[in-house]
Design a protein around this ligand. Structure first.
Ligand SMILES: [Zn+2]
Length: 236
């Protein structure tokens, strides 16, 4: 699959890529959406109701999440699901704390249309709202679905970029990425493109954040699980 229409604005969430609505209000690139529906159909045969929690998000939406955390209006969690006290932290430390679970706007894989967060609606009451916390997935209600994902997601082109902690983003067992598109996005996204997007944003302390970009890019964007090569996938 070639994505010759990838643009800087798509890569940084500034403009919408081609999208299809997969479930109410939640959209993915058509290729990722089709693969998700295939995976969900297979999951259903094993008693799992695979649903999206979050799919494509633009720069503006990511900026709202970021700003709410930056200003202390929305909790920032540490790896043990404890709430971080941001008031005593430097700008660098604050950014690091937020980026454990929330990407700096312009660097989110959710901008690409390839990535989403899922849960298993069959494992919880109808009014359950997934919190995207490790305890829901590791030993909690979504453990069975995690095992299914580990065994079958690659069959339709998905992999888990945040499978393990590598010093950047926390383990996010709920986050999957459609490899054919994400591979292209990974190779084309650069700090310069993010710099440009941030410069035109209204983020608090954006000059300091821009100064941190080289480190952020290395530690939180490039530092993800290695993608299996397409040839390896074909064999599987
Ligand atoms: Zn995610």
């Amino acid at each position: 699959m070639a994505y010759s229409d990838l643009t800087p604005a798509w890569l940084t969430g500034v403009e919408e890529p081609p999208l299809v609505e997969v479930s109410s209000g939640l959209r993915l690139h058509p290729d990722a959406g089709a693969a998700f529906l295939q995976l969900a159909a297979k999951a259903k045969t094993q008693g799992i109701e695979l649903r999206l929690v979050s799919a494509w998000r633009g720069f503006a939406q990511q900026a709202r999440i970021w700003q709410a955390k930056w200003r202390g209006e929305r909790p920032v969690y540490d790896a043990q699901s404890g709430v971080v006290d941001l008031s005593t932290l430097s700008i660098t430390e604050k950014a690091e704390a937020i980026m454990l679970y929330s990407a700096l706007p312009g660097t989110s894989r959710h901008h690409w249309g390839s990535d989403f967060d899922w849960y298993d609606a069959a494992a919880v009451p109808a009014d359950y709202r997934p919190q995207l916390l490790p305890e829901e997935y590791q030993q909690g209600p979504f453990q069975h679905a995690c095992e299914f994902i580990a065994a079958h997601a690659a069959d339709v082109g998905f992999y888990a970029p945040y499978a393990a902690y590598q010093g950047g983003v926390a383990p996010e067992p709920w986050h999957l990425s459609f490899m054919p598109l994400a591979r292209e996005c990974t190779s084309q996204l650069t700090p310069a493109l993010v710099h440009h997007a941030l410069l035109h944003s209204e983020l608090d302390d954006k000059a300091q954040l821009i100064a941190l970009l080289p480190e952020i890019f290395q530690r939180f964007v490039q530092n993800v699980a290695a993608m299996p090569e397409p040839s390896q996938l074909a064999k599987g």
